[in-house]
Design a protein around this ligand. Structure first.
Ligand SMILES: [Zn+2]
Length: 404
């Protein structure tokens, strides 16, 4: 199968190319720019007035199979699951279904006994709602190491650790993973050649994670404004950050109602997810501008900021996010924090591909997977255009077309 995209503006994951031709062959990008549309292709897609993007990557979600379908419909071709019961085999089966995004996973996150997120699911049941007892819980270094071994044996692509004492969740006093157990777990992950991701939402837990050798800070500290010392500690650790501003906004009391009502979104969302978007969590009181300023300060210090949503299951204890949709919302919020649209797009394409070692995607370049999103307009100057999806291809297979 050969597909030619013609007259199309290209964001190749790094830079913007003036309208040109992109050729896809057998599921891979074959050529980018500098040639006339070739004869004998199976399909020609006229990209006049449109922009071709690499498939988007959500660097923080918790996905069920149906969520991967929603994600793909919204241009998200790869989902990094940051905690869930799926095994490597499950994920391979899910991702092989037509119309599904690809997925990588941490397996279940390692937390303290009765620690976050067990409280979110206590007493709840329903599709995708995990049994709190299934979370790996420990307070000892030895057990943390053996939990890492068990997760890696189960096919975890990376490990996830929870440092959450509940402050900004409206649940202060949650049991916190002891520092020696946390460091032992992170060290064990590195010994196994895996990245260690850390959930942390306060300045203190961020500092602990940065000192403990984490590769990534998932979420943002929102218990206080940023200061130079904290920003410097993170910058010198080399960790990347997925601030999940969509979730921060919800914690701080603002719903994503306008996102749910966007006609480009509403037709692609199950009503239960439209409701979830419109449900602010309102667990913490602080100015959202402080969160935006924290992201700007991290970015200015050279910390790599990635697009993540923390979209999970639609239960009353979650709200403000939805699979797929919130990747676009997060990019818009990063622009609000001061990143240029091009840098917000990089944060959902080439940067996560590099940080997670996904060498076959994240850019539009010869030899890489043809994971592509075609949008009307130009999101490299107006980020909101990213939602004007005209087509999605995963591995060269057309998965969704706005015109079909
Ligand atoms: Zn999460």
């Amino acid at each position: 199968m050969r597909i030619a995209f013609t007259h199309v503006r290209v964001f190749d994951g790094e830079q913007v190319l003036a309208p040109t031709t992109v050729l896809v062959e057998d599921g891979l990008v074959a050529r980018v720019g500098g040639f006339a549309p070739p004869a004998g292709v199976d399909r020609t897609v006229d990209g006049t007035g449109k922009t071709l993007l690499p498939g988007l990557i959500d660097s923080h979600a918790h996905a069920q199979p149906e969520d991967l379908t929603t994600a793909l419909r919204l241009g998200v071709t790869t989902v990094m699951d940051m905690g869930g019961p799926s095994t490597a085999e499950d994920r391979a089966v899910w991702a092989a279904r037509p119309g599904s995004a690809d997925v990588r996973g941490a397996g279940q996150p390692i937390t303290a006994p009765h620690g976050h997120p067990t409280q979110l699911f206590a007493g709840l049941s329903g599709p995708g709602v995990p049994d709190p007892a299934t979370f790996p819980q420990t307070s000892s270094p030895e057990q943390a190491r053996s939990l890492v071994d068990r997760l890696v044996t189960g096919g975890s692509d990376y490990l996830k650790f929870i440092l959450e004492e509940g402050t900004v969740l409206g649940a202060p006093g949650l049991p916190l993973l002891p520092h020696d157990a946390y460091v032992a777990g992170v060290t064990a992950a590195h010994e196994q050649g895996k990245l260690a991701m850390t959930h942390a939402q306060t300045a203190e837990t961020w500092t602990r994670a940065a000192r403990g050798g984490t590769d990534a800070l998932m979420h943002l500290f929102i218990d206080r404004p940023h200061d130079d010392r904290l920003v410097e500690a993170v910058a010198s650790s080399g960790a990347f950050v997925t601030p999940c501003l969509v979730l921060v906004r919800s914690f701080l009391g603002t719903a994503a109602t306008e996102v749910a009502a966007d006609p480009r979104v509403s037709g692609k969302l199950d009503p239960v997810w439209a409701e979830a978007l419109a449900r602010p969590l309102s667990t913490w009181d602080a100015p959202f501008d402080d969160a935006l300023a924290s992201v700007a300060a991290l970015d200015a210090a050279g910390v790599e900021v990635l697009v993540g949503t923390d979209a999970s299951v639609a239960v009353p204890t979650t709200g403000g996010q939805a699979h797929g949709v919130s990747v676009h919302h997060e990019m818009a919020l990063l622009v609000e924090a001061g990143l240029s649209p091009v840098r917000a797009l990089r944060a959902a394409t080439s940067v996560p591909a590099r940080r997670f070692g996904l060498d076959d995607r994240g850019r539009i370049a010869p030899g890489l997977r043809a994971d592509l999103v075609l949008v009307d307009g130009d999101p490299t100057t107006v980020i909101d255009d990213s939602l004007s999806i005209a087509g999605v291809w995963r591995g060269g297979r057309e998965s969704f077309s706005a015109t079909a």
